[in-house]
Structures are given as structure tokens and as C-alpha cells.
Design a protein around this ligand. Sequence first.
Ligand code: MTE
Ligand code: MO
Length: 321
Amino acid sequence: MFIGKKRLGEDIAASEITDHPIYLDRRKFLNGTAAIATASLLPFSMLNAKSAVPEASYLNLKQSPYSTDEGLTTYESVTTYNNYYEFGTGKSDPAIRLESINFPDKSKPWRVSIEGECDKPGEYDYDDLIRPFTLEERIYRFRCVEGWSMVIPWVGFPLADLIKRAQPNSRAKFVEFTTFYDPEIMIRRNVLDWPYTEGLRMDEAMNPLTLLAVGLYGSELLGQNGAPIRLVTPWKYGFKSIKSIVKIRFVESMPQSAWMKAGPKEYGFYSNVNPDVDHPRWSQSKERRLGEFLKRKTAMFNGYEEHVAHLYTGMDLTKNF
Ligand SMILES: Nc1nc2c(c(=O)[nH]1)N[C@H]1C(S)=C(S)[C@@H](COP(=O)(O)O)O[C@H]1N2
Ligand SMILES: [Mo]
């Protein structure tokens, strides 16, 4: 499905691995111990799939100037500590459940429909959808509303690139996203009104920081991280980054997200990371970076102020939370 797909440690000589442009630099070994370094030279079958990046799906990615150089959260944490409520509310539920049911099944087509107020709507097979776009690697800080944070090397392309091709018309003021939904395989808890939906204002959607991610750590997304394609908006709380997208719709009025419907006093449309605006039930001033012991101060817009503050000029961010 992807260019240059190879399985690490299976058919690549150790010398070749050392020269690999994406993985075998400091990133692969970040938080990495000698044990992991040694493991990468062992046959793939002997690896713990969770502690090593399993597959190099994307090679020679363009490195994004928007990346942070902060230390990465381990691949293991990124792929086993998740929120994906359709598959359970425990942090390890999505990884366990999605591995056991093999979701999404790559032998089945994944369709994404582009709809609403645009001149070029259409329903695309996933491969056709992403083919026109240049994939890059972007290392973003990620902050969950629950108070933990990570640093993740995403692979993706700007949502703006896709929007330009869809040619939204003048009535398109917002973009609404919808997650795949199948009650047969998803846990039918009544936490949320499924399918999961999210939305962005058009200028937020067009902002160069807004990414459609198809991978992380150079590898294809796993089900628990929202395969095959999910949204990433690094200046917003994690719940905006809707997973396993099947629909992108241009609309005139502000869409209701699944979380707004569930708790309008707790979850607003904007959900911008803001240490000064608390969640009604807890403070948002600090965060715990996964893998660290001490909490750190949360930065306004998650540290992306220079890129996004202008989007909210004149708005009362206490009311527009
Ligand atoms: N469809 C869907 N998307 C979702 C969620 C979800 O439950 N369902 N959880 C959100 C929340 S609360 C967070 S913090 C992030 C977590 O992304 P990660 O598990 O890849 O770190 O996904 C977001 N996207
Ligand atoms: Mo979250």
C-alpha cells in the first residue's frame, strides 16, 4: 500500500539499518535503553512489538519546520496508553481490543467521503484520498484534557492541502469530521452519542499546524491511534483529534462535537489548550508528560501561540472554551 514498505530486522541488513534515514537516529532510542538498541538487531519475531517500531511504512519523509525538538514519548506509550472510547474507556483497552479484532482490516476498503459545501465532493478509497499529498514527519506536543501529555512524531499532511482540492464554497464556515462506526465491533457504552464527531472553524482547519495523520514513528497508524487517518490539532486538547475518519463535511453553522453533546459545560467547541481556563472539575494549569515524574506547567495554546493566537483575537476565551 505504501512506497518503500519494509519490515525492520526482517530483510534489512544491520549495516543498512544503521544508515536508515528515519529510524535509527536518536529518536528510535529515545528513552531507549541498551536493551532496545540490541533488540533492533534481532529478528523481528523476537521483538516485543510494543517497544520497537514494527514497520517502516514511510521512507524519506520531509521533516517539518513546525516540529518540536523535545524528547519523544516512547512508541510503547503512544500505542498502549490511548483514548478511543468506542473500544473501551480504560487506557489500555483500545490497544488490546483493536489488536484482537484486527481493526481496521486492511484487506477491506476504507472509504472517506468529502461532502457538503464544496465544489469537488466525492467518496474516495483511502489510498486514492492520500495519494496526491506530500507526507511529512511532524513532531508535535499532544495534551489531553485529562492532564497528561506526550510528544509524538506524526506522519501526515496538512488538512489545508485536502481542503484546497475539495474547493469549499462561500457558505463553508466550518468543517465537520465523523469517525467510522460499527456497533457490531465497538463497545456500546452510552458515554457518547456515536458516531464520534468533531469540528473546526474553517480558518482553524486551514491553519498550517492542522494535520491529517496517517502514521507515527514513521510507521502506519495502529487502530488504537486512529488508523488509517486521524486529525491532529496540536494547540487543542486531545479529544479534538478525531480518529478513523470516514467523513469530512463542509458546513455553514458550527457543528456539535460528540463531547459538546455529552457535556456542554465541560467541553466547548474550541477546546484550545489554556492553562488559565480550568475544566469545571479540575485545573488545567499543569500536565504530566508521560514518562516523567514531576508535573510541568501547561503552555498557552500548548506552546503554539505564535501560530494560532491570531485566530482568536477579540474572543473571550473563558466563554469560548
Ligand atoms: N473516534 C474517537 N476519536 C478520539 C477519541 C475517541 O474516543 N474516539 N478520543 C480522543 C481523545 S480524548 C484523545 S486524548 C485522543 C487520544 O489519541 P491517542 O490515543 O492516539 O493518543 O484521541 C481523541 N480522538
Ligand atoms: Mo483526551
